[in-house]
Design a protein around this ligand. Structure first.
Ligand SMILES: NC(=O)C1=CN([C@@H]2O[C@H](COP(=O)(O)OP(=O)(O)OC[C@H]3O[C@@H](n4cnc5c(N)ncnc54)[C@H](OP(=O)(O)O)[C@@H]3O)[C@@H](O)[C@H]2O)C=CC1
Ligand SMILES: O=C(O)[C@@H]1CCC=N1
Length: 284
């Protein structure tokens, strides 16, 4: 497993087309722009003219509803449509990819076998699983390359994804299901925890505004401490939990209601859905 972190893209010499400009695509190209990539080097496509116009206005990049034109102008094509839309889109763009273009897919569940069936065996493909904190260069992404990728293709994929967070090469493509369960869907779990903490704080008598800022800062502070500390999360938790004190009472409730089993079941369900999407794609 190799691992790389945020880098500057101001000298990145390639044009990147994003097929789909929704939540995940805009998180990545928003991050790339903040990290020095010139707006002219990004083309995004959407289905509707409204989204196209909004993308152009919000990000100052080129936007079009023509996937063909975008692919023909790009050295790297990032597939950011929903998994259910990908078979049709991938087959349709295949003849319009530039020679030696790298295709990067972020689609949950869709494996490289399916993508090469749709776009041709010789297509260099990096399958990756990013997350939306990429927008603020705090993403976490797993990557897997097919055998058609040269070292240059892999370097390009890594430059893009590591410019918006940490990028980790996986030894096995199947590990992407677990990466999806941990880090791609993970931000949603933390947002749910935040919602619950904020609501509980309000129930305790705090204003919504105060409860929200305390809860968000607490998650930020705990993450920053965990990332910078020599201790693992279990030890950091113990350091908050005074014997006979207040935290212990809360932790006892979480443990007695089996929070760990809830996370385990939730993340199994997430990974299983990723596998189901792979299976559905194999019929196309
Ligand atoms: N959201 C997340 O946190 C993560 C998402 N992913 C993956 O990213 C992919 C996109 O998800 P997400 O961004 O959430 O989805 P969104 O629904 O936010 O975005 C989908 C985008 O695709 C566009 N689109 C739809 N059909 C076409 C088409 N035929 N040609 C070009 N563009 C099209 C839509 O345009 P319009 O607005 O006009 O409809 C929209 O811009 C999925 O495959 C998902 O699995 C991976 C990791 C995390
Ligand atoms: O929920 C989803 O399907 C996408 C993939 C991972 C995060 N969001």
């Amino acid at each position: 497993m190799t691992h790389s972190t945020v880098n500057d893209l101001s000298n990145f010499p390639k044009t990147i087309a994003f097929i789909g400009a929704g939540n995940m695509a805009s998180a990545i190209f928003g991050g790339l722009l903040s990290n020095g990539l010139a707006p002219e080097q990004i083309i995004a496509t959407t289905k509707s003219h409204e989204s196209c116009e909004r993308t152009r206005e919000n990000f100052g990049i080129r936007a079009t509803t023509s996937n063909h034109n975008a692919c023909e102008a790009a050295d790297i094509v990032v597939l950011c449509v929903k998994p259910q839309t990908l078979p049709e889109v991938a087959k349709d763009i295949a003849p319009h990819l530039s020679p030696d273009a790298l295709v990067i897919s972020v689609a949950a569940g869709i494996d490289i076998d399916s993508m090469t069936r749709w776009m041709g065996e010789s297509t260099p493909i990096v399958r990756c699983m990013p997350n939306t904190p990429s927008q603020i260069q705090q993403g976490a992404c797993g990557l897997f390359a097919n055998d058609q990728c040269s070292q240059q293709h892999k370097d390009d994929a890594e430059s893009i994804l590591s410019s918006v967070g940490i990028a980790v090469w996986l030894d096995n493509e199947d590990d992407i299901h677990a990466v999806t369960a941990v880090s791609a869907s993970g931000p949603a779990y933390i947002f749910l925890v935040l919602e619950a903490m904020i609501e509980a704080g309000v129930k305790q008598g705090l204003s919504q505004e105060l409860s929200k800022s305390l809860a968000i800062q607490t998650v930020l502070g705990a993450s920053a401490l965990a990332i910078s500390s020599e201790y693992d999360p279990a030890e950091l938790r113990k350091r908050v939990t005074s014997p006979g004190g207040t935290t212990e009472q809360a932790i006892n409730v979480f443990e007695s209601k089996n929070l760990r089993a809830i996370f385990s079941d939730a993340m199994d369900a997430c990974a299983n859905r990723s596998k189901e999407l792979a299976k559905a794609a194999s019929d196309h």
